[in-house]
Design a protein around this ligand. Structure first.
Ligand SMILES: [Zn+2]
Ligand SMILES: [Zn+2]
Length: 925
């Protein structure tokens, strides 16, 4: 799309668009409403006005705060549907609480996103034929900054386009100086508490990104792989043992073969040696608890530098830790500094790890050492940023001891200080915390917070500093800073309080911490949510939020998660251009039940967003009709309309409204967004537009009494439902709200959230108007059943009505006759005059309806049609009966087939009875 497109202009106008003439002339509210709703023209200017008026900043004063911190998108991100979903949910909640009078703060910002952003810029460099090493650290970081400065506003502007009411005056970036201070303070405090340590151990290494990854960043994925059974010849005798592995290339780093100490069958091997093929080295057979006797062949190869468990075995037995791959995952013996030989002889030397796997397997086969190959599905870890298979690799890294941080988080969860929606996510959280592992926080990247540890090569000092040190405090020599940067999540986990100024004791921190709700995708529960809870408790003594709402994901019609790389995404901005932000938000909220995903069709945006667009059009048309009737004159406040002046329909719609207000409020409080938008949607469409507006049309035109009351009730009800809809559809609700009489200078953004007023609840009115609706619907059904022409009036008669029912019919007589196209509505006693040609129907509480059809239809023709239909049905039933009477069928056919035929017979019999009744009612022969 290259230009903005107005929403369908060729859409047929629906019934409510036939507005009566305006009461006042040109210049009235309705006159300024275009015949068609055009989101593209209205949304941008409205948003700018809201922002300029400062509505998005929390009001000063002592209103109770309601705070959400945004899950910061990556600074180079471009808005996708995942963001669209996540941020719409946050905006709905924040707008709701703002209207409820809370000092609402939605704090926005972006994340520097270490690996992701570095990758983006490295790709740009690659296009110029360069690597980051060609530039050097300083120039590269400057290049990333330049890129970030150029792109950092993109996603924030896109959030504006979908209506997000963030407080932009408080926008944060995880590499801002204030945020860097918080990171530095955190690191040094943990250091001082002895919770940060340097460890030489096997970590997850991405050979493409050239960095270590945390457990969470190395994502499991099941892949179809091979399980190679390899013979290791005995060193002191003929024969061999067999080990099995999915990664034969790592065998060159084997330093032992282990068996379980209790494995009697293999006990005799312990202490002997085998020859490691290809490397041609003698390695011992040892016993270690880590080996399960039942696993594989019972012999397990031990590769301490390339497997985390083997590393532990190696430590217990004081084994060597040879590294046999370069950081790029090419085969080389680290001890030989890039020369072939040692454990990695020619021709394996220099090969990529997967090439090497093929070559090694071929060599083993040639030497008769490959016993067999089984195929099996096993979990392989992949880099969460680039998808490369992660290589376990022995490396020096910084870790945070997590157990002391996890314990208070676990307690807080069990105390109920933080709850999850949906609840089952809490169990996952609990489980992860229970089995928590130390957090590898160092990354071999250049983009990020550099680790604030300095080394003295003179005296060996190694220390973390809050301020960059000038010289070694011990010996005065020059210091050298650690080359690595911190994991991106090391700044993200401070987000709920670093954004408020911590470690300074700012006014914002005092007022807005702890925050209220965190809204995020379930994928980052461990990466981020759990760690924020730990950090909040550890550094501020309180959980950072009381509720974590983990929403679903956006999927296509094949239920595949939308992603740019799969090409099944939807660009939210294209949706905004074509259908408006409100239509986008409606599709998201109305589809979002707790614990479910949203399904949209990327190939059919018209269908995916039709409901939202149609509803916006409906609101618009209702608004036009109403506004043109209300005119410019002040409408009497509803509270000043005495009950005696309110007709049955007025009392009914207010009672329905009270229910809608209460339900919508409760749904929003419980984050049930689909119901929170569904309730006012149905009120507006099914109750207000379909019935109430129809009822009051003549009153508004002055053709029936009660016009003033109708105006008051309609204006109040419409203003109320607009407010209920505002969190989900901010733009159209504001546009219409301001045009209501007396509201030109107000804004729905800061309008109070509605509460049912005294006297709105009216069960009797709901029951009585419900009876009227049942009667109209019954007549409509009869008309459809007998094919009565739309314009043709029919006489209707009621019997056995209660006093209240009769009163309701009298009160709404004009509407009933108009909506059901009834010429006369009379008591049943007068029906005899019609010669009894017509249809019966039952109404609520035992009342009955008779619709005269003698003059409305060609009775002889209808008798012939119904008669023919009855004959056809009779033949079908007879055929089915004889089939079911035949033991050859019932005895041999599967039970469910027989049951299906029996059900069919019952259904046809019911149909036949109905037909017979119709024929009798029409007096057919
Ligand atoms: Zn990677
Ligand atoms: Zn020193």
């Amino acid at each position: 799309m290259t230009e903005a497109t107005a929403p369908d202009r060729d859409r047929p106008a629906n019934d409510t668009s036939e507005a009566p003439p305006a009461r006042s002339g040109p210049g009235s509210s309705a006159a300024t409403l275009a015949p068609q709703y055009s989101a593209a023209d209205l949304e941008g200017p409205l948003y700018a006005e809201w922002e300029a008026r400062g509505y998005f900043s929390p009001a000063a004063g002592d209103a109770r705060p309601f705070v959400i911190v945004i899950p910061p998108p990556n600074v180079t991100d471009v808005l996708h549907m995942g963001h669209g979903l996540n941020n719409t949910v946050q905006d709905v909640l924040i707008r709701f609480e703002r209207m409820r009078g809370r000092a609402a703060l939605w704090l926005p910002g972006t994340d520097h996103a270490g690996i992701a952003t570095q990758n983006v810029v490295e790709r740009l460099l690659a296009a110029e034929g360069k690597t980051r090493f060609d530039l050097g650290r300083e120039a590269f970081v400057e290049r990333v900054w330049a890129h970030v400065r150029a792109t950092r506003h993109t996603i924030l502007d896109q959030l504006r386009a979908i209506g997000c009411s963030c407080d932009w005056t408080r926008t944060r970036f995880t590499l801002d100086p204030a945020m860097s201070r918080a990171v530095r303070e955190t690191f040094v405090r943990l250091w001082e508490e002895g919770l940060i340590y340097r460890g030489y151990r096997v970590i997850h290494w991405c050979p493409r990104c050239h960095t270590a990854l945390s457990d969470e960043e190395a994502e499991h994925e099941d892949v179809e792989g091979a399980f190679y059974h390899i013979r290791y010849p005995l060193a002191d005798a003929d024969g061999h043992i067999t080990v099995a592995t999915t990664r034969p290339e790592t065998m060159l780093g084997d330093v032992a073969v282990a068996v379980n100490p209790g494995d009697a069958a293999r006990a005799a091997y312990v202490g002997r040696h085998v020859i490691l093929p290809i490397a041609e080295l003698e390695i011992p057979i040892i016993a270690d608890e880590h080996v399960e006797a039942a696993f594989g062949t019972g012999f397990v190869k031990i590769t301490p530098a390339h497997d985390a468990d083997d590393f532990e075995v190696g430590k217990r037995h004081e084994l060597a830790t040879p590294i046999v791959m370069t950081p790029e995952a090419r085969m080389a013996d680290a001890a030989l500094n890039g020369k072939p030989g040692g454990r990695v002889p020619e021709p394996i030397f220099g090969m990529d790890r997967f090439e090497a796997r093929t070559a090694i397997v071929a060599m083993l086969k040639e030497r008769g050492l490959l016993e067999k190959v089984e195929s099996r599905v096993h979990a392989v870890r992949h880099c969460y940023r680039c998808g490369t298979v992660v290589e376990p690799r022995l490396s020096d890294q910084w870790f945070v001891t997590m157990e002391p941080l996890a314990a208070p988080a676990l307690e807080a969860y069990r105390r109920g200080d933080v709850r999850f929606i949906p609840e089952r996510r809490g169990a996952e959280f609990e489980q992860w915390l229970t089995g928590i592992r130390d957090w590898n926080i160092s990354r071999q990247l250049w983009w990020g917070h550099r680790i604030p540890v300095w080394y003295c090569d003179q005296c060996g000092l190694q220390q973390a500093f809050r301020e960059d040190p000038a010289a070694c405090p011990a010996c005065g020599a020059k210091l050298r800073q650690d080359e690595d940067v911190l994991d991106t999540w090391f700044s993200s986990w401070l987000w709920p309080f670093s954004t408020l100024g911590w470690p300074e004791q700012t006014a914002d921190l005092a007022r807005f911490y702890p925050t209220d709700v965190l809204v995020t995708a379930p994928e980052i529960l461990f990466f981020w949510v759990a760690r924020m809870i730990m950090a909040g408790l550890h550094f501020l003594g309180r959980v950072p939020f009381h509720t974590v709402y983990l929403h679903g994901t956006v999927r296509d019609t094949h239920h595949v998660k939308m992603s740019k790389s799969l090409g099944n995404g939807i660009d939210p901005l294209e949706v905004v251009r074509r259908f408006g932000a409100d239509a986008l938000r409606f599709a998201i909220t109305s589809g979002l039940a707790v614990g479910t995903d949203i399904v949209l069709d990327p190939d059919d945006l018209d269908t995916s967003f039709a409901a939202g667009r149609n509803f916006a059009n409906k609101l618009w048309n209702v608004g036009r009709l109403l506004l043109s009737s209300l005119g410019e004159e002040a409408v009497r406040p509803l509270a000043d309309v005495p009950r005696a002046e309110r007709k049955l329909a007025d009392r009914w719609i207010l009672s329905r409204l009270a229910r809608a207000v209460r339900e919508t409020t409760e749904h929003l409080e419980k984050c049930r967004l689909n119901d929170a938008v569904g309730t006012p949607y149905h009120f507006l469409w099914d109750d207000f537009a379909d019935w109430y507006l129809e009822e009051i049309k003549p009153r508004l035109r002055g053709e029936a009494p009660g016009g003033e009351a109708a105006r008051s009730v309609a204006a109040a009800a419409f203003a109320t439902v607009l407010r209920l809809l505002h969190p989900a559809m901010p733009f159209i609700t504001e546009t219409l709200y301001r045009r209501l009489p007396g509201r030109a200078d107000s804004s729905i953004v800061v309008a109070p959230w509605p509460a049912p007023e005294g006297g709105w609840d009216d069960p009797a009115a709901e029951r009585d108007f419900g009876f009227v609706q049942a009667l109209v619907n019954a007549v409509r059904e009869v008309r459809a059943d007998y094919g009565v022409k739309p314009g043709q009036e029919v006489p209707a008669f009621v019997a056995k009505c209660s006093r209240e029912q009769q009163a309701a019919l009298d009160a709404e007589d004009a509407m009933i006759r108009r909506l059901a196209k009834i010429g006369s509505l009379a008591p049943f006693a007068q029906a005899s005059a019609l010669g009894k040609v017509g249809a019966h129907a039952l109404l609520p509480e035992g009342a009955e309806l008779f619709v005269g059809l003698g003059d409305a239809i060609d009775v002889a023709k209808e008798c012939a049609r119904l008669g023919a239909e009855r004959e056809r049905l009779d033949r079908q039933i007879a055929g089915l009966k004889s089939k079911l009477a035949n033991p050859g069928f019932t005895g041999r056919a599967p039970a469910e087939v027989v049951e299906r035929e029996r059900t069919k017979e019952r259904e046809w019999s019911v149909q036949r009875e109905a037909l017979a009744a119709k024929l009798a009612a029409l007096g057919c022969a």
